[in-house]
Ligand binder design. Structure first.
Ligand code: NAP
Length: 270
């Protein structure tokens, strides 16, 4: 029970990595605050967590809304009186060539993934400064290496990495821990819900989800990294290799990444 009576706020926790984090931190005794945009999914997740004896506050909130994030922090504090860990997890992906993508779709990805992180961190930071807790960003390997047909997603994740690198150095002498967690391919709804050029969900994952890391494995790694107050977490062998090779041979990586993404089912890259 390493998080007994601690409070962990997780944005976008109605599926995938966020839901798994709620389960894993809850199992360690944390009271968890979960958010999502869909009230039915949110309630379903809360019921599931409560059946595992986890104390849950479920808040309907859009990550891209400043007002919703403010309310999320206020309601968390009024219910539990403290915030120890914020996991900035809510995210959406996209798959379209930049030349085709509607700018509204590009904006939506940035609003959810980047601005969502900025808003949640801004409103939870005073409480985390008090608890000397942790701020976690669920970024991606795309925070280190761009891939074609993912311009908005890649930009949002690079922005997260830069934001947290800067913030970490601002708060490091005040006892606050900042972790940037970069999962590799993880089986979840992210690719089913990814937006196409005109903003429709692509519906079907173009990759073999069975061959990926599971959200629970990712959540266990995040728990360990939080306990050790690590600064970075890069997951999967492929992910670690991509980060390493991109540092030393970025030009060769351009071709490797292009070929890898062109192999995806119905890829817009020819
Ligand atoms: N899966 C991967 O391969 C992978 C790899 C690297 C990084 N990541 C990152 O991991 C994080 C979690 O993704 P996942 O793979 O677990 O995908 P997922 O299963 O689709 O989960 C995404 C979660 O975010 C929520 N969400 C989306 N937009 C939201 C919004 N505007 N406001 C509030 N909640 C919102 C979704 O809830 P509702 O739709 O119910 O609102 C859902 O609970 C994302 O930041 C993603 O970029 C994933």
């Amino acid at each position: 029970m390493k998080f007994k009576d601690k409070v962990v706020v997780i944005t976008g926790a109605t599926s995938g990595i966020g839901e798994a984090c709620a389960e894993v931190f809850g199992r360690e005794g944390a009271n968890v605050v979960i958010t999502g945009r869909n009230s039915a999914k949110l309630e379903q997740t809360a019921v599931k967590l409560r059946s595992k004896n986890i104390k849950v506050l479920a808040i309907l909130a859009d990550a891209g809304s400043e007002a919703d994030n403010k309310r999320m922090a206020e309601e968390s504090l009024s219910r539990f009186g403290r915030i120890d860990v914020l996991i900035n997890n809510a995210g959406i992906s996209m798959r379209a060539l930049f030349q085709d993508i509607d700018l509204e779709v590009f904006r939506k990805v940035i609003d959810t993934n980047f601005w969502g992180t900025v808003y949640a961190t801004k409103f939870c930071l005073p409480a985390i400064l008090e608890s000397k807790g942790s701020i976690i960003g669920i970024s991606s390997i795309n925070g280190y290496r761009g891939t074609p047909a993912r311009t908005a997603y890649t930009a949002s994740k690079y922005a997260m990495n830069g934001f947290f690198e800067s913030l970490r150095t601002e708060v490091m002498n005040q006892g606050v821990h900042v972790l940037v967690a970069c999962p590799g391919f993880t089986s979840s709804n992210i690719r089913n819900n990814a937006l196409t050029a005109d903003g429709k969900s692509q519906g079907e994952s173009p990759r073999d989800e069975a061959k990926m890391m599971t959200p629970l494995e990712v959540a266990e790694s995040i728990l360990k990294a939080t306990l050790k107050r690590k600064r970075d977490l890069v997951l999967t062998v492929q992910g670690k290799l991509a980060v390493f090779l991109n540092k030393w041979i970025p030009g060769i990586m351009d071709g490797m990444v292009y070929r890898e993404m062109a192999k995806e089912k119905d890829s817009p890259i020819k």
